[in-house]
Design a protein around this ligand. Structure first.
Ligand SMILES: C[S@@+](CC[C@H](N)C(=O)[O-])C[C@H]1O[C@@H](n2cnc3c(N)ncnc32)[C@H](O)[C@@H]1O
Length: 275
């Protein structure tokens, strides 16, 4: 397998952004660290229902942030490994591991460099909520994810729907109208965003405000899955989101319902099995 030689300049900037966000998110009530430490799970209903029983399964969590979901899978009996390129996030994940005494392994790595750092096969490769947009070469990412699966193992991705990630709106100015904010189709040069805050409430403004995100179309996601000997068992689209995108209302199950008159797909989940 071709290994990525060097982290690109956009990914280096994203890493600074994520190192700062990791610390800020850890303190944010929205990340529910306190509840997690009291024994609760941070996993959401969709992945719990769609992945089912993970007891005794070897699970690799890509882009695990500071490991709340990874360790929540461990609480459900999975043998977990979490990977993230933010050393700050991995440090915090190891602190949570120590505090909870949950058996787990955390690795600091940019995903394209992971094959040089992690060997072995898994029953499940899991990635959730805000992962694909940080990846420039998605075909490579899917090839790597698939390479870690045993025959019969499952790749499960749940993330923002590509249709939704290409759109934006400004309710105050435009009312209920969405517009196409960026190209729906992938471009090598990512979209630049400057945000002083994050998608959860944080105490202080970010110093590392810039981040770069790549848009991937539906076929950019599906075709590499097919190419890497993964049989798609389902693709689901949901009309609600996993964070407050504005003009949304939190539902009882932790997802966010859109208050716009017309529905659009906001979350996409895919389950594929290695053959
Ligand atoms: C939105 S978070 C993932 C959300 C996660 N499900 C959660 O809420 O805990 C995105 C994560 O991707 C990581 N990340 C971004 N680009 C990466 C890359 N190229 N390699 C590895 N991790 C990356 C970030 O450090 C961050 O922890």
């Amino acid at each position: 397998m071709r290994l990525e030689k060097k982290t690109d300049k956009y990914t280096s900037i994203n890493k600074k952004n994520w190192n700062e966000r990791a610390g800020a998110h850890f303190q944010s009530k929205d990340y529910r660290v306190k509840e997690f430490l009291s024994g609760k799970s941070t996993l959401l209903p969709l992945e719990l229902q769609e992945l089912g029983n993970v007891k005794g399964k070897k699970l690799l969590h890509l882009q695990c942030h500071f490991g709340l979901d990874t360790l929540s899978w461990a609480r459900k009996g999975a043998i977990v490994t979490g990977v993230d390129f933010s050393d700050k996030a991995i440090k915090l994940a190891n602190e949570l591991k120590k505090k909870t005494n949950l058996s787990s392994t955390f690795i600091c790595s940019d995903i394209p460099e992971l094959p040089g750092k992690l060997k072995g096969k898994f029953d499940i490769v899991f990635a959730s909520y805000g992962v694909l947009c940080w990846i420039s070469d998605l075909a490579k990412w899917i090839e790597i994810a698939g390479s870690y699966l045993k025959r019969g193992g499952i790749l499960y991705i749940i993330d923002g729907h590509p249709f939704r990630t290409a759109l934006d709106y400004d309710y105050k100015r435009m009312g209920d109208i969405f517009w196409v904010e960026c190209d729906y189709f992938h471009k090598k040069t990512p979209n630049k965003y400057v945000f002083e805050y994050s998608y959860v409430r944080i105490d202080k403004k970010l110093k590392n405000k810039i981040n770069y995100e790549w848009q991937h179309s539906m076929s950019d996601i599906i075709n590499p899955i097919i190419k890497n000997k993964l049989k798609i068992e389902f693709i689901h689209e949901f009309p609600f989101g996993f964070f407050n995108w504005g003009r949304m209302k939190k539902m009882r199950n932790a997802y966010w319902k859109s208050l716009h008159k017309k529905s659009i797909p906001m979350i996409l989940s895919i389950k594929a099995r290695k053959y």
